[in-house]
Ligand binder design. Structure first.
Ligand code: G4P
Length: 527
Protein backbone atom coordinates (compact mmCIF):
# COMPACT_ATOMS: atom_id res chain seq x y z
CA UNK A 1 0.00 0.00 0.00
CA UNK A 2 1.36 3.43 -0.90
CA UNK A 3 2.07 6.10 1.70
CA UNK A 4 -0.89 8.14 0.45
CA UNK A 5 -3.20 5.12 0.75
CA UNK A 6 -1.98 4.40 4.27
CA UNK A 7 -2.61 8.03 5.15
CA UNK A 8 -6.10 8.15 3.70
CA UNK A 9 -7.01 4.96 5.48
CA UNK A 10 -6.60 6.46 8.95
CA UNK A 11 -9.33 7.92 11.12
CA UNK A 12 -8.14 9.12 14.51
CA UNK A 13 -10.82 10.37 16.87
CA UNK A 14 -11.90 10.73 20.48
CA UNK A 15 -15.25 10.22 22.16
CA UNK A 16 -16.26 13.01 24.48
CA UNK A 17 -19.11 13.03 26.94
CA UNK A 18 -20.22 13.83 30.42
CA UNK A 19 -19.58 10.82 32.70
CA UNK A 20 -22.29 8.17 32.45
CA UNK A 21 -23.61 9.24 29.05
CA UNK A 22 -22.30 5.98 27.58
CA UNK A 23 -18.78 6.63 26.25
CA UNK A 24 -17.36 3.33 27.49
CA UNK A 25 -20.32 1.36 26.20
CA UNK A 26 -20.14 2.99 22.81
CA UNK A 27 -16.36 2.44 22.58
CA UNK A 28 -16.90 -1.21 23.29
CA UNK A 29 -19.57 -1.57 20.59
CA UNK A 30 -17.33 0.15 18.06
CA UNK A 31 -14.55 -2.30 18.89
CA UNK A 32 -16.97 -5.19 18.49
CA UNK A 33 -17.80 -3.97 14.98
CA UNK A 34 -14.14 -3.83 14.15
CA UNK A 35 -13.68 -7.36 15.43
CA UNK A 36 -11.04 -5.95 17.77
CA UNK A 37 -12.75 -7.60 20.71
CA UNK A 38 -15.01 -10.63 20.71
CA UNK A 39 -17.11 -10.19 23.80
CA UNK A 40 -18.93 -7.38 25.48
CA UNK A 41 -17.39 -6.29 28.76
CA UNK A 42 -13.86 -6.41 27.43
CA UNK A 43 -13.32 -2.69 27.68
CA UNK A 44 -12.94 -1.80 31.31
CA UNK A 45 -14.45 1.45 32.26
CA UNK A 46 -11.70 3.94 32.98
CA UNK A 47 -14.02 6.19 34.85
CA UNK A 48 -13.55 6.81 38.50
CA UNK A 49 -16.79 5.81 40.12
CA UNK A 50 -18.58 8.61 41.88
CA UNK A 51 -18.35 7.03 45.30
CA UNK A 52 -14.59 6.66 44.95
CA UNK A 53 -13.73 10.29 44.37
CA UNK A 54 -11.32 10.43 47.31
CA UNK A 55 -9.97 6.93 47.05
CA UNK A 56 -6.56 7.14 45.44
CA UNK A 57 -6.10 3.38 45.39
CA UNK A 58 -8.98 3.42 42.99
CA UNK A 59 -7.15 6.05 40.96
CA UNK A 60 -4.11 3.82 40.81
CA UNK A 61 -6.19 0.93 39.62
CA UNK A 62 -7.80 3.12 37.00
CA UNK A 63 -4.44 4.41 35.90
CA UNK A 64 -3.46 0.86 35.09
CA UNK A 65 -6.58 0.39 33.03
CA UNK A 66 -6.17 3.65 31.25
CA UNK A 67 -2.70 2.75 29.92
CA UNK A 68 -4.31 -0.21 28.22
CA UNK A 69 -7.18 1.81 26.84
CA UNK A 70 -5.25 4.95 25.90
CA UNK A 71 -5.49 4.05 22.24
CA UNK A 72 -7.72 1.42 20.76
CA UNK A 73 -7.18 0.68 17.12
CA UNK A 74 -9.22 -1.48 14.79
CA UNK A 75 -9.97 -1.96 11.14
CA UNK A 76 -13.42 -1.43 9.73
CA UNK A 77 -14.44 -1.34 6.07
CA UNK A 78 -10.87 -0.92 4.94
CA UNK A 79 -10.15 1.97 7.32
CA UNK A 80 -7.79 1.96 10.26
CA UNK A 81 -9.60 3.56 13.14
CA UNK A 82 -7.74 4.88 16.18
CA UNK A 83 -9.92 5.73 19.16
CA UNK A 84 -8.16 7.84 21.75
CA UNK A 85 -9.53 7.40 25.22
CA UNK A 86 -10.47 10.50 27.17
CA UNK A 87 -10.95 10.37 30.93
CA UNK A 88 -14.50 11.26 31.88
CA UNK A 89 -13.84 12.49 35.42
CA UNK A 90 -13.87 16.27 35.55
CA UNK A 91 -10.73 16.43 37.70
CA UNK A 92 -8.88 14.97 34.75
CA UNK A 93 -10.35 17.37 32.23
CA UNK A 94 -6.95 18.70 31.31
CA UNK A 95 -5.83 15.21 30.27
CA UNK A 96 -8.83 15.08 28.00
CA UNK A 97 -8.12 18.53 26.55
CA UNK A 98 -4.62 17.41 25.68
CA UNK A 99 -5.76 14.15 24.16
CA UNK A 100 -8.07 16.16 21.93
CA UNK A 101 -5.01 17.83 20.40
CA UNK A 102 -4.10 14.46 18.93
CA UNK A 103 -7.44 13.65 17.26
CA UNK A 104 -8.76 14.64 13.85
CA UNK A 105 -12.42 14.40 14.77
CA UNK A 106 -14.67 13.66 17.72
CA UNK A 107 -17.90 11.90 18.59
CA UNK A 108 -19.99 13.61 21.25
CA UNK A 109 -22.24 11.31 23.28
CA UNK A 110 -25.32 12.78 24.92
CA UNK A 111 -27.75 11.04 27.25
CA UNK A 112 -31.27 11.50 25.85
CA UNK A 113 -32.72 12.05 29.33
CA UNK A 114 -30.06 14.39 30.65
CA UNK A 115 -29.40 16.35 27.50
CA UNK A 116 -26.32 18.53 27.26
CA UNK A 117 -24.35 18.39 30.53
CA UNK A 118 -21.55 20.58 31.87
CA UNK A 119 -18.62 18.35 31.00
CA UNK A 120 -19.90 17.97 27.44
CA UNK A 121 -20.05 21.74 27.14
CA UNK A 122 -16.45 22.16 28.32
CA UNK A 123 -15.12 19.48 25.97
CA UNK A 124 -17.04 20.64 22.94
CA UNK A 125 -15.70 24.13 23.56
CA UNK A 126 -12.16 22.77 23.25
CA UNK A 127 -13.04 20.90 20.04
CA UNK A 128 -14.59 24.05 18.62
CA UNK A 129 -11.49 26.06 19.45
CA UNK A 130 -9.59 23.72 17.16
CA UNK A 131 -12.41 23.41 14.60
CA UNK A 132 -12.48 19.66 15.17
CA UNK A 133 -15.32 18.07 13.17
CA UNK A 134 -17.87 16.48 15.51
CA UNK A 135 -20.60 13.87 15.13
CA UNK A 136 -23.25 13.77 17.87
CA UNK A 137 -24.68 10.48 19.15
CA UNK A 138 -27.82 10.78 21.27
CA UNK A 139 -27.73 7.71 23.46
CA UNK A 140 -30.12 5.66 25.61
CA UNK A 141 -33.14 5.92 23.30
CA UNK A 142 -34.46 2.79 25.01
CA UNK A 143 -35.23 5.08 27.95
CA UNK A 144 -37.66 7.93 28.27
CA UNK A 145 -35.96 11.22 27.57
CA UNK A 146 -36.28 14.60 25.99
CA UNK A 147 -38.08 15.24 22.73
CA UNK A 148 -35.80 14.90 19.68
CA UNK A 149 -36.36 18.44 18.40
CA UNK A 150 -35.87 19.92 21.88
CA UNK A 151 -32.58 18.06 22.13
CA UNK A 152 -31.40 19.36 18.77
CA UNK A 153 -32.27 22.89 19.95
CA UNK A 154 -30.34 22.27 23.15
CA UNK A 155 -27.30 21.04 21.24
CA UNK A 156 -27.45 24.15 19.09
CA UNK A 157 -27.96 26.59 21.92
CA UNK A 158 -25.76 25.09 24.63
CA UNK A 159 -22.97 23.66 22.49
CA UNK A 160 -23.22 26.22 19.73
CA UNK A 161 -23.17 23.47 17.11
CA UNK A 162 -25.24 23.66 13.95
CA UNK A 163 -26.80 20.25 13.57
CA UNK A 164 -28.02 18.02 10.75
CA UNK A 165 -29.94 14.96 11.95
CA UNK A 166 -28.94 11.93 9.89
CA UNK A 167 -31.08 9.45 11.76
CA UNK A 168 -34.38 10.03 13.48
CA UNK A 169 -35.93 8.03 16.32
CA UNK A 170 -39.30 6.40 16.11
CA UNK A 171 -40.64 6.79 19.63
CA UNK A 172 -38.50 6.37 22.71
CA UNK A 173 -38.35 4.35 25.92
CA UNK A 174 -41.02 1.65 25.91
CA UNK A 175 -42.32 2.91 22.58
CA UNK A 176 -38.91 3.00 20.88
CA UNK A 177 -39.22 1.15 17.59
CA UNK A 178 -36.02 2.07 15.86
CA UNK A 179 -34.52 4.82 13.77
CA UNK A 180 -35.05 6.04 10.27
CA UNK A 181 -31.67 6.50 8.65
CA UNK A 182 -32.10 9.74 6.73
CA UNK A 183 -28.69 9.37 5.23
CA UNK A 184 -29.29 5.95 3.67
CA UNK A 185 -33.13 6.08 3.60
CA UNK A 186 -33.46 2.93 5.59
CA UNK A 187 -35.62 1.93 8.50
CA UNK A 188 -33.62 0.24 11.20
CA UNK A 189 -35.84 -1.75 13.51
CA UNK A 190 -35.19 -2.06 17.21
CA UNK A 191 -35.96 -5.38 18.88
CA UNK A 192 -35.49 -4.94 22.62
CA UNK A 193 -33.74 -7.78 24.39
CA UNK A 194 -32.59 -9.30 21.15
CA UNK A 195 -28.85 -9.17 21.30
CA UNK A 196 -28.65 -7.10 18.09
CA UNK A 197 -25.11 -8.44 17.58
CA UNK A 198 -23.65 -6.83 14.54
CA UNK A 199 -26.74 -7.47 12.53
CA UNK A 200 -29.57 -5.02 12.55
CA UNK A 201 -32.92 -5.52 10.94
CA UNK A 202 -32.92 -3.03 8.12
CA UNK A 203 -35.71 -2.22 5.67
CA UNK A 204 -34.97 0.06 2.75
CA UNK A 205 -37.73 2.66 2.46
CA UNK A 206 -36.81 5.23 -0.17
CA UNK A 207 -40.14 6.93 0.07
CA UNK A 208 -41.72 7.44 3.47
CA UNK A 209 -45.16 7.60 1.79
CA UNK A 210 -44.81 3.88 1.19
CA UNK A 211 -47.59 1.99 3.02
CA UNK A 212 -45.06 -0.59 4.18
CA UNK A 213 -44.12 1.89 6.89
CA UNK A 214 -47.56 1.45 8.58
CA UNK A 215 -47.23 -2.29 8.49
CA UNK A 216 -43.91 -2.14 10.23
CA UNK A 217 -44.29 0.59 12.84
CA UNK A 218 -48.08 1.07 13.03
CA UNK A 219 -50.31 3.88 11.79
CA UNK A 220 -49.67 6.38 14.54
CA UNK A 221 -45.88 6.06 14.58
CA UNK A 222 -45.79 6.13 10.77
CA UNK A 223 -47.75 9.39 10.65
CA UNK A 224 -45.59 10.91 13.33
CA UNK A 225 -42.38 9.89 11.54
CA UNK A 226 -43.61 11.37 8.27
CA UNK A 227 -44.46 14.68 9.96
CA UNK A 228 -41.17 14.82 11.77
CA UNK A 229 -39.08 13.96 8.73
CA UNK A 230 -40.95 16.68 6.78
CA UNK A 231 -40.10 19.12 9.49
CA UNK A 232 -36.43 18.05 9.51
CA UNK A 233 -36.22 18.55 5.77
CA UNK A 234 -37.72 22.03 6.13
CA UNK A 235 -35.66 23.16 9.09
CA UNK A 236 -32.25 21.56 8.69
CA UNK A 237 -29.91 21.80 5.72
CA UNK A 238 -28.79 18.67 3.91
CA UNK A 239 -25.43 17.29 4.98
CA UNK A 240 -22.53 19.16 3.46
CA UNK A 241 -19.36 17.19 4.03
CA UNK A 242 -17.32 20.30 3.54
CA UNK A 243 -19.20 22.13 6.29
CA UNK A 244 -18.76 19.15 8.59
CA UNK A 245 -15.02 18.98 7.86
CA UNK A 246 -14.70 22.68 8.57
CA UNK A 247 -16.30 22.08 11.95
CA UNK A 248 -19.34 24.18 11.03
CA UNK A 249 -22.04 21.52 11.17
CA UNK A 250 -22.44 18.30 13.12
CA UNK A 251 -24.39 15.27 11.97
CA UNK A 252 -26.61 13.80 14.70
CA UNK A 253 -27.49 10.12 15.19
CA UNK A 254 -29.88 8.54 17.68
CA UNK A 255 -29.45 5.10 19.21
CA UNK A 256 -28.79 2.95 22.21
CA UNK A 257 -25.19 1.96 22.75
CA UNK A 258 -25.96 -0.75 25.28
CA UNK A 259 -28.25 -2.44 22.79
CA UNK A 260 -25.76 -1.88 20.02
CA UNK A 261 -28.49 -0.07 18.22
CA UNK A 262 -27.96 2.84 15.85
CA UNK A 263 -24.22 2.48 16.36
CA UNK A 264 -23.57 0.91 12.98
CA UNK A 265 -25.40 3.74 11.18
CA UNK A 266 -23.15 6.22 12.86
CA UNK A 267 -19.98 4.21 12.29
CA UNK A 268 -20.77 3.70 8.60
CA UNK A 269 -21.28 7.41 8.17
CA UNK A 270 -18.19 8.16 10.26
CA UNK A 271 -15.88 6.08 8.05
CA UNK A 272 -17.29 7.80 4.99
CA UNK A 273 -17.09 11.40 6.10
CA UNK A 274 -14.65 11.68 9.00
CA UNK A 275 -11.39 13.33 8.06
CA UNK A 276 -8.17 11.46 7.56
CA UNK A 277 -5.11 12.96 9.27
CA UNK A 278 -5.27 16.73 9.17
CA UNK A 279 -2.45 19.25 8.93
CA UNK A 280 -0.99 20.47 12.20
CA UNK A 281 0.10 23.97 13.12
CA UNK A 282 3.56 24.69 14.43
CA UNK A 283 5.07 28.00 15.41
CA UNK A 284 7.20 27.84 12.29
CA UNK A 285 4.76 26.56 9.64
CA UNK A 286 1.87 24.23 8.88
CA UNK A 287 2.85 20.56 8.72
CA UNK A 288 0.96 18.63 6.04
CA UNK A 289 0.43 14.92 6.74
CA UNK A 290 1.64 13.85 3.30
CA UNK A 291 5.08 15.41 3.68
CA UNK A 292 7.68 12.70 3.37
CA UNK A 293 9.65 13.76 6.45
CA UNK A 294 8.46 12.39 9.75
CA UNK A 295 7.14 14.75 12.46
CA UNK A 296 5.14 14.07 15.60
CA UNK A 297 4.41 15.38 19.09
CA UNK A 298 3.91 13.99 22.57
CA UNK A 299 0.39 14.57 23.89
CA UNK A 300 0.32 12.31 26.90
CA UNK A 301 2.80 10.74 29.29
CA UNK A 302 1.97 7.81 31.44
CA UNK A 303 4.12 6.72 34.34
CA UNK A 304 4.89 3.08 34.61
CA UNK A 305 2.84 1.29 37.18
CA UNK A 306 5.83 -0.56 38.55
CA UNK A 307 7.52 1.65 41.17
CA UNK A 308 10.82 -0.23 40.73
CA UNK A 309 11.09 1.11 37.19
CA UNK A 310 10.88 4.80 36.60
CA UNK A 311 9.99 4.20 32.95
CA UNK A 312 7.20 6.10 31.43
CA UNK A 313 5.28 5.73 28.22
CA UNK A 314 5.12 8.86 26.11
CA UNK A 315 2.34 8.84 23.54
CA UNK A 316 3.39 10.20 20.18
CA UNK A 317 0.94 11.38 17.55
CA UNK A 318 2.42 11.06 14.09
CA UNK A 319 1.71 14.17 12.05
CA UNK A 320 3.64 13.60 8.83
CA UNK A 321 5.88 11.09 7.10
CA UNK A 322 6.61 7.59 8.28
CA UNK A 323 7.89 6.90 11.77
CA UNK A 324 10.40 4.05 11.81
CA UNK A 325 11.83 1.91 14.56
CA UNK A 326 15.53 2.23 15.42
CA UNK A 327 15.86 5.45 13.47
CA UNK A 328 17.42 8.58 14.90
CA UNK A 329 15.01 11.47 15.34
CA UNK A 330 15.54 14.96 16.66
CA UNK A 331 14.09 15.70 20.09
CA UNK A 332 13.63 19.38 19.34
CA UNK A 333 13.46 20.75 22.91
CA UNK A 334 16.54 18.88 24.03
CA UNK A 335 18.26 19.34 20.69
CA UNK A 336 19.50 15.78 20.63
CA UNK A 337 18.95 12.72 18.50
CA UNK A 338 17.23 9.69 19.94
CA UNK A 339 16.02 6.41 18.54
CA UNK A 340 13.49 3.95 19.80
CA UNK A 341 13.99 0.22 19.78
CA UNK A 342 10.57 -0.74 21.12
CA UNK A 343 7.94 1.68 19.86
CA UNK A 344 4.58 0.23 20.75
CA UNK A 345 1.33 0.25 18.84
CA UNK A 346 -2.01 -0.56 20.36
CA UNK A 347 -4.53 -2.81 18.71
CA UNK A 348 -7.43 -2.91 21.16
CA UNK A 349 -6.11 -4.86 24.12
CA UNK A 350 -2.97 -6.05 22.35
CA UNK A 351 0.28 -4.15 22.45
CA UNK A 352 2.95 -4.86 19.89
CA UNK A 353 6.25 -3.45 18.76
CA UNK A 354 5.90 -1.61 15.47
CA UNK A 355 8.42 -1.09 12.73
CA UNK A 356 6.52 1.68 11.01
CA UNK A 357 3.69 4.02 11.79
CA UNK A 358 1.83 6.56 9.66
CA UNK A 359 0.22 9.97 10.19
CA UNK A 360 -2.77 9.64 12.49
CA UNK A 361 -1.22 6.71 14.32
CA UNK A 362 -0.31 6.83 17.97
CA UNK A 363 2.85 5.15 19.12
CA UNK A 364 3.88 4.54 22.73
CA UNK A 365 7.54 5.34 23.41
CA UNK A 366 9.32 4.02 26.49
CA UNK A 367 10.87 7.03 28.11
CA UNK A 368 13.24 7.41 31.01
CA UNK A 369 12.45 11.07 31.57
CA UNK A 370 13.27 12.72 28.26
CA UNK A 371 9.84 13.91 27.33
CA UNK A 372 7.30 16.36 28.47
CA UNK A 373 3.91 17.10 27.00
CA UNK A 374 4.06 19.07 23.78
CA UNK A 375 7.56 17.89 22.81
CA UNK A 376 8.24 17.50 19.09
CA UNK A 377 10.16 14.74 17.33
CA UNK A 378 11.27 15.31 13.75
CA UNK A 379 13.79 14.10 11.22
CA UNK A 380 15.81 17.24 11.85
CA UNK A 381 13.67 20.35 11.48
CA UNK A 382 13.18 22.50 14.57
CA UNK A 383 9.42 22.63 14.87
CA UNK A 384 7.25 23.56 17.84
CA UNK A 385 3.69 22.25 17.65
CA UNK A 386 0.93 24.63 18.69
CA UNK A 387 -2.31 23.95 20.44
CA UNK A 388 -1.03 21.99 23.42
CA UNK A 389 -1.35 24.64 26.10
CA UNK A 390 -1.60 24.38 29.85
CA UNK A 391 -4.84 25.83 31.14
CA UNK A 392 -5.15 28.11 34.11
CA UNK A 393 -5.66 25.82 37.11
CA UNK A 394 -8.50 26.29 39.52
CA UNK A 395 -7.25 24.96 42.84
CA UNK A 396 -4.00 25.86 44.50
CA UNK A 397 -1.90 24.77 47.45
CA UNK A 398 1.60 25.41 48.69
CA UNK A 399 3.60 22.20 48.56
CA UNK A 400 6.36 21.70 51.15
CA UNK A 401 8.93 19.05 51.82
CA UNK A 402 7.87 16.88 54.74
CA UNK A 403 11.10 14.87 54.94
CA UNK A 404 14.28 17.00 55.05
CA UNK A 405 16.42 14.03 53.99
CA UNK A 406 14.49 13.58 50.78
CA UNK A 407 14.42 17.05 49.27
CA UNK A 408 16.17 15.93 46.08
CA UNK A 409 13.71 13.12 45.57
CA UNK A 410 10.86 15.54 46.15
CA UNK A 411 12.20 17.99 43.57
CA UNK A 412 12.70 15.23 41.00
CA UNK A 413 9.32 13.66 41.67
CA UNK A 414 7.50 16.98 41.45
CA UNK A 415 9.27 17.87 38.24
CA UNK A 416 8.47 14.57 36.57
CA UNK A 417 4.85 14.61 37.67
CA UNK A 418 4.51 18.13 36.25
CA UNK A 419 6.06 17.00 32.95
CA UNK A 420 3.52 14.23 32.86
CA UNK A 421 0.86 16.91 33.16
CA UNK A 422 -0.62 15.73 36.46
CA UNK A 423 -0.73 19.35 37.66
CA UNK A 424 1.17 22.60 37.26
CA UNK A 425 3.80 24.04 39.52
CA UNK A 426 4.70 27.67 40.04
CA UNK A 427 7.62 28.98 42.04
CA UNK A 428 6.89 32.28 43.78
CA UNK A 429 9.33 35.07 43.09
CA UNK A 430 9.39 36.47 46.64
CA UNK A 431 10.09 33.38 48.70
CA UNK A 432 10.79 30.56 46.20
CA UNK A 433 7.88 28.56 47.60
CA UNK A 434 6.31 26.02 45.30
CA UNK A 435 2.63 26.33 44.52
CA UNK A 436 0.75 23.46 42.89
CA UNK A 437 -2.22 24.30 40.73
CA UNK A 438 -4.72 21.68 39.57
CA UNK A 439 -8.04 21.42 37.83
CA UNK A 440 -9.54 19.21 40.53
CA UNK A 441 -8.94 18.30 44.16
CA UNK A 442 -8.14 14.69 43.30
CA UNK A 443 -4.75 15.53 41.84
CA UNK A 444 -3.42 16.69 45.23
CA UNK A 445 -3.94 13.21 46.60
CA UNK A 446 -2.54 11.63 43.47
CA UNK A 447 0.64 13.72 43.77
CA UNK A 448 1.14 12.95 47.45
CA UNK A 449 0.56 9.26 46.90
CA UNK A 450 2.77 8.97 43.85
CA UNK A 451 5.62 10.99 45.39
CA UNK A 452 5.69 8.55 48.25
CA UNK A 453 5.34 5.41 46.15
CA UNK A 454 7.47 6.23 43.16
CA UNK A 455 10.05 8.65 44.55
CA UNK A 456 10.16 7.90 48.28
CA UNK A 457 9.44 11.57 48.99
CA UNK A 458 6.93 13.13 51.36
CA UNK A 459 5.11 16.35 50.86
CA UNK A 460 2.67 18.37 52.85
CA UNK A 461 0.24 20.99 51.65
CA UNK A 462 -0.67 24.37 53.00
CA UNK A 463 -3.68 26.32 51.83
CA UNK A 464 -3.11 29.37 49.67
CA UNK A 465 -5.83 31.73 48.73
CA UNK A 466 -5.73 32.06 44.97
CA UNK A 467 -8.31 32.63 42.30
CA UNK A 468 -6.39 32.16 39.05
CA UNK A 469 -2.94 31.82 37.56
CA UNK A 470 -2.43 33.86 34.38
CA UNK A 471 0.50 33.88 32.06
CA UNK A 472 1.77 37.37 31.48
CA UNK A 473 3.29 39.03 28.45
CA UNK A 474 4.17 42.61 27.56
CA UNK A 475 5.85 44.20 24.56
CA UNK A 476 6.81 47.32 26.47
CA UNK A 477 9.84 46.55 28.66
CA UNK A 478 9.45 49.59 30.90
CA UNK A 479 5.78 48.77 31.57
CA UNK A 480 6.67 45.15 32.30
CA UNK A 481 9.36 46.22 34.73
CA UNK A 482 6.96 48.51 36.53
CA UNK A 483 4.37 45.76 36.73
CA UNK A 484 6.95 43.32 38.04
CA UNK A 485 8.11 45.71 40.72
CA UNK A 486 4.60 46.64 41.83
CA UNK A 487 3.19 43.11 41.81
CA UNK A 488 6.30 41.20 42.88
CA UNK A 489 4.35 39.58 45.71
CA UNK A 490 1.95 37.94 43.21
CA UNK A 491 4.45 36.76 40.64
CA UNK A 492 5.80 33.30 39.99
CA UNK A 493 7.46 31.25 37.26
CA UNK A 494 6.06 28.08 35.74
CA UNK A 495 8.30 25.07 35.02
CA UNK A 496 9.28 26.52 31.65
CA UNK A 497 10.35 29.75 33.30
CA UNK A 498 7.38 31.74 31.95
CA UNK A 499 6.12 34.59 34.09
CA UNK A 500 2.82 33.95 35.85
CA UNK A 501 0.55 36.27 37.83
CA UNK A 502 -1.13 34.55 40.78
CA UNK A 503 -4.32 36.48 41.38
CA UNK A 504 -5.82 36.25 44.85
CA UNK A 505 -9.29 37.13 43.66
CA UNK A 506 -11.23 38.15 40.60
CA UNK A 507 -10.97 41.70 41.91
CA UNK A 508 -7.16 41.61 42.21
CA UNK A 509 -6.99 40.37 38.64
CA UNK A 510 -9.31 43.09 37.43
CA UNK A 511 -7.29 45.76 39.24
CA UNK A 512 -4.02 44.44 37.83
CA UNK A 513 -5.52 44.50 34.33
CA UNK A 514 -6.83 48.04 34.79
CA UNK A 515 -3.63 49.40 36.35
CA UNK A 516 -1.35 47.80 33.81
CA UNK A 517 -3.12 48.09 30.46
CA UNK A 518 0.07 47.35 28.50
CA UNK A 519 0.37 43.95 30.16
CA UNK A 520 -1.59 41.04 28.68
CA UNK A 521 -2.98 38.34 30.96
CA UNK A 522 -3.49 34.92 29.35
CA UNK A 523 -5.57 32.03 30.65
CA UNK A 524 -3.62 29.40 28.76
CA UNK A 525 0.14 29.04 28.47
CA UNK A 526 0.01 29.40 24.70
CA UNK A 527 -0.60 32.88 23.40
P1 G4P B 1 -19.38 6.62 30.47
O1 G4P B 1 -18.25 5.81 29.97
O2 G4P B 1 -19.79 7.72 29.55
O3 G4P B 1 -19.23 7.11 31.86
O4 G4P B 1 -20.68 5.69 30.49
P2 G4P B 1 -20.85 4.11 30.45
O5 G4P B 1 -20.64 3.59 29.09
O6 G4P B 1 -20.12 3.50 31.57
O7 G4P B 1 -22.42 4.05 30.73
C1 G4P B 1 -23.01 4.59 31.89
C2 G4P B 1 -24.22 3.77 32.26
O8 G4P B 1 -25.20 3.91 31.22
C3 G4P B 1 -23.94 2.29 32.39
O9 G4P B 1 -24.81 1.79 33.39
C4 G4P B 1 -24.37 1.75 31.04
O10 G4P B 1 -24.74 0.39 31.08
C5 G4P B 1 -25.57 2.62 30.73
N1 G4P B 1 -25.88 2.73 29.30
C6 G4P B 1 -25.02 2.94 28.27
N2 G4P B 1 -25.68 2.97 27.10
C7 G4P B 1 -26.99 2.79 27.38
C8 G4P B 1 -28.18 2.71 26.58
O11 G4P B 1 -28.17 2.80 25.37
N3 G4P B 1 -29.33 2.51 27.26
C9 G4P B 1 -29.40 2.38 28.61
N4 G4P B 1 -30.58 2.18 29.15
N5 G4P B 1 -28.30 2.44 29.38
C10 G4P B 1 -27.10 2.64 28.78
P3 G4P B 1 -24.37 1.58 34.89
O12 G4P B 1 -25.52 0.96 35.57
O13 G4P B 1 -23.84 2.85 35.46
O14 G4P B 1 -23.13 0.65 34.79
P4 G4P B 1 -23.10 -0.89 34.45
O15 G4P B 1 -23.32 -1.53 35.77
O16 G4P B 1 -24.17 -1.19 33.46
O17 G4P B 1 -21.72 -1.05 33.91
Amino acid sequence: MSFQEELEKRRTFGIVSHPDAGKTTLTEKLLLFGGAIQVAGAVKSNKIKKHATSDFMEIERQRGISVATSVMAFEYRGKKINILDTPGHKDFAEDTFRTLTAVDSAIVVIDVAKGVETQTEALVKVCKMRKTPMIVFINKMDREGKDGFDLLDEVESKLGLKVVPLSWPIGMGQRFQGVYNLYKKQLVIFRPHSKQDNKEEVVVIDDLANAELETIVGTEAAAELRDEVNMIEEVYPPLSEEEYLNGNISPVFFGSAINNFGVKEMLDCFVEIAPFPLPRETEERIVEPDEDKFTGFIFKIHANMDPKHRDRIAFLRICSGIFQRNTNYLHVRQDKKIKFSNPTAFMASKKSVVDEAYPGDIVGLYDSGNFKIGDALTTGEKLHFKGIPSFSPEQFRYVDNADPLKSKQLAKGLNQLMEEGVAQMFVKEVNNRRVIGTVGALQFEVIQYRLKNEYGASCSYEPINLHKACWVSCEDNAALKEFMTKRKRDLAKDIDGQLVFLAESAWTLKMAQENHPEVSFHFTSEF
